[in-house]
Write a protein that binds this ligand. Structure first.
Ligand code: MN
Length: 130
């Protein structure tokens, strides 16, 4: 069974690029364009990992991460912030909100997959991959 990635992002170019990278590598990608949509999908889709933009209309990524972490069913699902906020302290803010890691935009298409898979490999539930 394909591992499922939930990607919460409002920028169409990023949605296209990251979805392409992950699907090419054999993952299923579920897209959400707002926090509300992402939280609803996360509850029903049982994703293996969540990629989370921080700068979104309405609810920002920090708030989304906090709300996702309130769902016990998602407690072990890695949440990785993907954001152009590259200021000192933003990494800590993302981790403090419940994210497991942080990938900076613009992403590097040559290394993005490996960066994401670091978090999948660390997931306690595992995906059957060595
Ligand atoms: Mn955005």
């Amino acid at each position: 069974m394909k591992q499922r990635i939930l990607y919460i992002e409002d920028n169409e170019q990023n949605l296209y690029l990251i979805t392409f990278i992950m699907e090419t590598a054999g993952y299923q990608v579920v897209q959400a364009r707002s926090g509300e949509e992402g939280i609803a999908l996360a509850g029903g889709q049982a994703p293996d990992l969540i990629l989370l933009d921080i700068q979104l209309p309405g609810m920002d990524g920090y708030e989304i991460a906090r709300r996702l972490r309130e769902n016990q069913a998602l407690a072990k699902v890695p949440i990785v912030a993907v954001t152009s906020y590259a200021m000192v302290g933003d990494r800590e803010k993302a981790l403090g909100a419940g994210c497991d890691g942080y990938i900076e935009k613009p992403i590097n298409p040559d290394t993005f997959l490996a960066q994401v898979e670091c978090f999948l490999g660390a997931a306690p539930s595992g995906g059957g991959q060595a």
